[in-house]
Design a protein around this ligand. Structure first.
Ligand code: ATR
Length: 279
């Protein structure tokens, strides 16, 4: 905070913890590129203080927020309106404050799709897709991935009940199924394997299903870091030619939020280059 310039619209990211977030840097680069006068704050807010902090940000003239772990599900309850994609995900990562109302959206799924399909050239139509993990991150990406008409989408999780619950929610939207890591179909490698667990954040590599990965499997970790994540290292070890960290999704979801707030779409590629190099 501290940078309260008159006439400059205020935005920020709320999380707990949040000090590691790259969102302020990304949005400042977008603002510079598109010549938008905004300021963007890092807001560390404990779960018990979430409602109070959101309402105060709104009351004091804030225009929009990004919301990150662990608030993405809870914050949906504070929204007066939800986009269809936020409502189907049951999770919100972007708030827009307008006319005393809170609009909640979820740009994670479209951010992932843009990175995969546009930046990385991955074909999703007809692809076999495996998602590892069944938490908030998975909820945000299943709907948009199913819209791309994959041939199958399997959600594997340590706790199978949680994967089942997501399948129940999305089964009318496409060929989605659930299982444990040890029951992933092993007939042939998947076209795309996405790590949506938070295991790597804790430095862990769970017993992921090795048979899911072959030389042509595209492996994508929603997590990112200065060094290859444990999942990316595991995927390389399994012989995957492509294992990519989620820097692109991070920048693309931010660009979607920026577009919602400012009506301008920034050019993501120079920003992606800048932040992933300076990681
Ligand atoms: P997020 O919002 O990032 O998805 P989350 O909702 O807490 O975070 O979900 C974390 C996911 O990572 C879950 O799928 C969790 O598995 P469980 O549902 O069984 O808890 C998974 N995860 C975290 N640590 C893990 C580990 N060490 N091994 C396997 N899965 C792990």
């Amino acid at each position: 905070m501290g940078d309260e310039r008159v006439g400059v619209d205020r935005y920020g990211v709320m999380g707990y913890p949040v000090s590691h977030s790259r969102s302020p840097v990304i949005h400042r680069l977008f603002a510079l590129q598109t010549q938008q006068a905004i300021q963007y704050e890092l807001l560390q807010v404990a779960p018990a203080k979430l409602e109070q902090a959101v309402r105060q940000f709104q009351r004091t003239g804030g225009k929009g927020l990004n919301v990150t772990v662990p608030h993405k599900r809870e914050v949906a309850k504070l929204c007066d309106q939800l986009s269809e994609r936020a409502s189907s995900a049951g999770a919100v990562n972007t708030l827009v404050f307008q006319d005393n109302e809170i609009f909640g959206d979820n740009t994670d799924g479209i951010g992932l799709l843009r990175d995969l399909a546009v930046n990385l050239g991955v074909t999703l139509e007809g692809a076999s897709i495996l998602i590892l993990g069944a938490g908030g991150a998975t909820r945000g990406i299943v709907g948009p991935l199913l819209e791309m008409q994959p041939v199958s989408l399997v959600i594997a999780n340590r706790t199978v009940d949680k994967a089942d619950a997501i399948v129940d929610r999305f089964s009318d939207q496409g060929p989605v199924s659930a299982c444990g890591f040890d029951a992933v179909p092993a007939d042939e490698p998947f076209d795309l394997v996405i790590n949506a667990t938070s295991a790597g954040v804790h430095g862990k590599t769970p017993p992921y299903p090795g048979s899911a990965v072959g030389p042509d499997t595209f492996c994508y970790d929603l997590s990112y870091g200065a060094k290859p994540t444990p999942f990316c290292q595991w995927a390389r070890g399994m012989g995957a030619a492509h294992s990519v960290m989620g820097w692109g999704m991070l920048v693309e979801q931010a660009a979607e939020s920026f577009h919602l707030w400012r009506g301008v779409r920034p050019n993501t590629l120079p920003v992606l280059k800048q932040i992933s190099v300076g990681a």
